[in-house]
Structure formats: C-alpha cells, structure tokens
Design a protein around this ligand. Structure first.
Ligand SMILES: Cc1cc2nc3c(=O)[nH]c(=O)nc-3n(C[C@H](O)[C@H](O)[C@H](O)COP(=O)(O)OP(=O)(O)OC[C@H]3O[C@@H](n4cnc5c(N)ncnc54)[C@H](O)[C@@H]3O)c2cc1C
Ligand SMILES: *[C@@H]1O[C@H](CO)[C@@H](O)[C@H](O)[C@H]1NC(C)=O
Ligand SMILES: *[C@@H]1O[C@H](CO)[C@@H](O)[C@H](O)[C@H]1NC(C)=O
Length: 543
C-alpha cells in the first residue's frame, strides 16, 4: 500500500516527514496511539462532529465495551475465540462523511480496514483479518436509516439496516409492497446485497441484487459516488461481486415489488421412513424449479431421534404468493406426492411470512424485526454450497443420509431455482447461477463452544462435499459467494499467489463474470485498498 499523497521530492523536511510517518505507523506502535492519530486525521477530514466515546471502541480503553461491540452482530462464534486476531479499535461512524474520512485516514496511516454491516459473513471476514496486522474495524451499524417511497415503488436503505427492519418499514407503509431479499431477518443490507441476496420470492422476482436501482458508495479515494458518478461498470460489479472489493456501500436504492395482501405458508415434515423409496424427494427434485413462480418450496434436512430410531427428516418449508385455495390446486396438480392438506396451510400477511420463514415462534409480534437480532442463539459453524443441475439419484441420496447420521448437528438446505432466476442472463449482474440450475444445496455443521474437537466437524463437511462431487455442477463447481468458503482458496499478501488462488475461487463464485470483475477492480481500486482473504484482485497482480 502506497501513501496516497506523495511528499514533495528531495526536501529535507519531506524526508523527515516521511521518516516520521513511517515511524509512527509501524505496527509496533500501540493501538491506542494509532487510534489517536486516526481520530486527529478524521477531524481534519470531516466537518461533522463525532463524540469519540460513543464512536470509538478500543480494548485498552474498556475491554468489556470493546468486546460487546465486536460481538454485537458477529454471527459465527468460530471467529470470536480468544486466539482470533482482534481489530486494534472499532469505529462506528454516525455520518456518511465519517466513512469518507475513514478511507482517507486508513490509507494515510496505512491501516488495514475491515468493514461490517450485519456481521453474517460465514468466514468472519468483516471483523477478523487473518492475513494482515494491525487492522481496524469500521462498523456501519449506526448508519441504518430507511426511507420508503411507495409512490415510486422504491426505498433508500443505509448499509447498517437489517433486512428485517427494511421489511417492517415497507409493510408499515403498504401491505401490498415487499422486497425479495434474505430469509434470515438479521442480515445486514450492506453486505447481503453485494453477494446476491435470495429469499422466498426469488422465483418470482429474482435476487435483492436484481432489484437495485441506485447506490451510494465511497470509493478508495474517499469519494462519495452514486450510480451516475460511479458509472455502469462499477454499478454492475457491486451488485453481486461481493463485499469488500470495490468500495463501501453507504446505501442501496431498491425497487419494491408487489405482494398480495394474503400469502400462504406451510411446513410438512417427513422422516426417511415416511418417504419410502425417496419418492417425495425425487418428485421435488423434478418439479421444484418448474412450479408456478409464486411458489417457493425449500427442503430442510435434519437428523432427529437417537440411537435406536435416529433418522433424517426432510421438511418442506414453503411460501406461496396467494391464498390457500389456489395453493391447494397448484399442489394437487404439480406435487400431489407431498400430500399437502388445507390444515397444513396458514394464511398471513407477507410481513408475517418473513417471521415464519425466519423461524420465529408463531404469534411473535412483527416489531421483533426492529431489534435486528437473529432468531436463534449464535453458534460455531462451517458451511459450503453447491448447485445441482440434474436430479440426484436415490443411490446418491442414500450416501448423503448415511453421512448426515454420523454428524452431531448437521443441516442441509435445498433451495429451488427456476422462474425469474432462469430468465435473467448470467452476465446481467456478477451473480451467475441462473438457467439450468434446479436447486442450490447448502451444507452446514455447527457445534457448541464446549466442543473439544471442532476440527472433527470441519473434516466431516469437507468429506461430504467431496462425496457430492459427481452430483453437482462441475467446470467450474459453482458456489454462492454469500456463503463464503475459504476452502475454495484465499488471497495472501503475496500478489502472485493471490491471483493464482483467485483463479480457483473466482470462476466458482462468478463463472465468466470474474474476468469483468477483475477489470473493474483494476480501474476503481488498482492499489488494492479494499482487500480481504477473497477480495477481487486487480489486474496488476497478474503481472
Ligand atoms: C444465519 C444466516 C442466514 C443467512 N441467510 C441468507 C439468506 O436467506 N439469503 C442469502 O442470500 N444469504 C443469506 N446469508 C448469507 C448472507 O447474505 C451473507 O453472509 C452476507 O454477506 C451478509 O451480509 P452482512 O452485512 O450481514 O455481513 P457482513 O459480515 O457485515 O459483511 C459481509 C461481507 O461484505 C463486506 N461488507 C459489509 N458491509 C459492506 C459495505 N457496506 N460495503 C461493502 N462491503 C461490505 C464485509 O467486509 C464482508 O466481506 C445468511 C447468513 C447467515 C449467517
Ligand atoms: C465499560 O463498559 C461497560 C459496558 O460494557 C460499562 O458498564 C462500564 O461502566 C465501562 N467501564 C468504564 C471504566 O468506563
Ligand atoms: C424416537 O424415540 C423417542 C422415544 O421413544 C421419541 O420421543 C421420538 O419422537 C422418536 N423420534 C423419532 C424421530 O421418531
């Protein structure tokens, strides 16, 4: 990383200044003094006041407060353990100009910066750097304003807002508007949309990233840009090219979509024994992507029971944009094998369906979404993803179930594609998993803090992933970037090795779009200021 403003050449003063600036920014200088320098620099670069005691959090100042802020939205306990590197300090900007100034000052002080919106990164990349020291964390949770404009079917949402808050604010204004993003209500709008953002309306309307109209970002020079100012190439890249590579998203302008006043949900669970010969699951594999676009049926696989009667359960968990009468007709015609009955169907508002799919107990008041918290207690987890293009035969399924029964807390989720997902061209945005995908598979294993052998679980999921090779996409074996997986390769400080690695994970997440992402990166951030273990590398790293 070079210093942004070159010093005037050959003057004694500049050499002194250079010496001094290197001296003060060497990694051995204490975090506290780095923070002071950062604060002084910020003050010079913004006109908007920030109370340091409410926006800066450092371990030396108050370790309990620091930990509280660090842990607040971090979703994966794996990256909060004692041995994980911690940021030198956390800064929570309260104004957009603070974000701009932070870029200028991190660059000047050569501080490696991580940015966090909702903290759901699967590999903790938004709050832990395992490749660079020291690093600081900019936490955008205080920038969470939402402005809904029903008249023109749009909304501006700041990065730190959760999708749950967004859904709540939309429903507050209109019962017939919605937005097609994630299922889990605590996702941060900032990071979530950068990687795609799918939810129960994806078959009808595509991804969150397919429904973005404009954005405000801060680039690597600290400039605030909207769509016109950043240009169409960058606007393309930020909608699916994943977070932490091109700039900092301050806010998204999204397109609201129509939803009916009444939607219907259901969950029908079958054990292996109740699905003789995997007939129901086989039928699901054949129809899930071909059903009417209004119907989204995913399958959740768990293990239940114990020694004597341990089994795998398959839960068909669905949302239908319409009433239960119509849903019953659709199911009788397309998927009678499931045996859905009227009693299984529950009608509710679209907002209530968000809580249902997110896993909140029934009758939870909808304003729980304003708390921005997840439904479930935090756990240690490791996950992976795959895309399936031809149905998995019964013989393949048998092996999956056998492996699941050997793991403590395994979870697998099959997520149907088709509908609008198949109609959007692969290169429209960087997210390339479109036509030809029947469904996406997510594998998850989780464990408690008391578990003495976490590596056992990681080994298990890698083994399952290896087993799945013949049944999933190949050349490249595709993966969902929002389910970030460092097993697919990671950047390092060595530029050559980074690009080699990028050639491994790049096409998996983005297929041919990876090349265009590298081009955009080379133009907007040639110095690679925005970087992490799997950020898009600039072209010069090829040389
Ligand atoms: C429990 C759980 C449920 C999930 N459910 C879904 C789902 O239903 N649908 C789906 O599509 N995905 C889902 N995901 C994946 C999720 O979309 C990604 O983890 C997403 O990146 C989360 O965004 P965030 O802001 O919460 O995360 P963060 O951890 O804050 O950020 C993720 C990445 O983006 C970068 N980033 C964060 N903010 C910004 C910003 N403002 N500008 C630029 N870069 C930024 C970070 O540095 C990091 O690299 C789920 C994840 C979890 C843990
Ligand atoms: C440190 O922060 C905690 C909140 O996490 C607060 O209760 C406590 O008073 C703070 N201590 C000091 C010395 O400021
Ligand atoms: C397994 O058996 C226990 C006790 O007999 C019972 O409570 C449980 O419901 C059974 N589980 C399954 C999945 O059949």
């Amino acid at each position: 990383m070079r210093i942004s403003k070159p010093f005037p050449a050959f003057s004694f003063l500049s050499i002194l200044a250079l010496y001094f600036s290197f001296y003060t920014i060497t990694p051995t200088s204490s975090a506290a003094s780095l923070q002071d320098q950062f604060i002084n620099c910020l003050k010079r670069n913004t006109n908007v006041y920030f109370p340091t005691e409410k926006t800066f959090f450092a371990p030396a100042k108050n370790i309990s407060m620091f930990s509280q802020v660090l842990e607040s939205t971090a979703q994966n306990l794996r990256f909060l353990t004692k041995t994980m590197p911690k940021p030198g300090f956390i800064f929570s900007p309260i104004h957009e100009s603070h974000v701009q100034a932070s870029i200028i000052c991190s660059k000047k002080l050569r501080l490696h910066l991580r940015v966090r919106s909702g903290g759901h990164d699967y590999e903790g990349l938004s709050y832990v750097s395992e490749i660079e020291k020291p690093f600081i964390l900019m936490d955008l949770s205080k920038l969470r304003q939402i402005d809904i404009n029903i008249k023109d079917n749009s909304a501006w949402v700041q990065a730190g807002a959760t999708v749950g808050e967004l859904y709540y604010r939309i429903a507050e204004k209109s019962k017939v508007h919605g937005f097609p993003a994630g299922l889990c209500s605590s996702l941060g709008i900032g990071g979530h949309i950068t990687g795609g953002a799918y939810g129960s309306m994806m078959r009808k309307y595509g991804l969150g990233a397919d429904n973005v109209l404009d954005a405000k970002i801060v680039d690597s020079n600290g400039k605030l840009l909207d769509r016109t100012a950043m240009g169409e190439d960058t606007f393309w890249a930020i909608r699916g090219g994943a977070g932490g590579s091109f700039g900092i998203i301050l806010a998204w302008k999204i397109k609201l979509v129509p939803v009916p006043k009444t939607v219907t949900v259901f969950t029908v669970t079958k054990t292996l024994e109740q699905d003789v010969g995997n007939k129901i699951l086989a039928k699901w594999q054949n129809v899930a992507d071909k059903l009417v676009d209004e119907l989204f049926i995913r399958v959740l696989f768990n293990v239940a029971g114990n020694n004597g009667n341990k089994t795998v359960t398959t839960s068909y968990n669905a949302m239908f944009l319409g009433g239960k009468g119509t849903l019953m007709k659709v199911m009788k015609k397309s998927f009678p094998e499931l045996g859905l009955t009227l009693k299984d169907c529950v009608e509710m508002s679209w907002l209530e369906s968000i809580l249902y799919i997110s896993g909140f107990p029934s009758r939870t008041p909808t304003n729980v979404l304003l708390q921005g918290k997840p439904t479930f207690p935090k756990i240690n987890f490791k996950a992976k993803s795959d895309f399936v293009k031809t149905p998995i035969p019964v013989s393949g399924l048998k092996g999956i179930f056998k492996k699941m029964m050997k793991e403590d807390i395994p979870l697998m989720i099959w997520n149907p594609y088709g509908g609008m997902m198949a109609k959007i061209p692969e290169s429209q945005i960087p997210f390339p998993h479109r036509k030809g995908v029947l469904f996406k598979v997510q594998y998850v294993t989780s464990w408690l803090d008391s578990d003495k052998r976490p590596s056992k679980h990681i080994k298990w999921i890698r083994d399952l992933y290896r087993y799945m090779t013949p049944y999933v996409s190949s050349n490249p074996r595709q993966a969902y970037v929002n389910y970030r997986d460092l097993d697919l390769g990671q950047n390092s400080k060595n530029a050559k090795s980074s690009i080699k690695q990028g050639q491994v994970w790049g096409p998996k997440y983005f297929k041919d779009n990876f090349n265009r992402l590298v081009n955009v990166k080379s133009k907007v951030d040639p110095e690679n200021f925005f970087r992490h273990e799997q950020s898009i590398p600039p072209m010069r790293h090829f040389l």
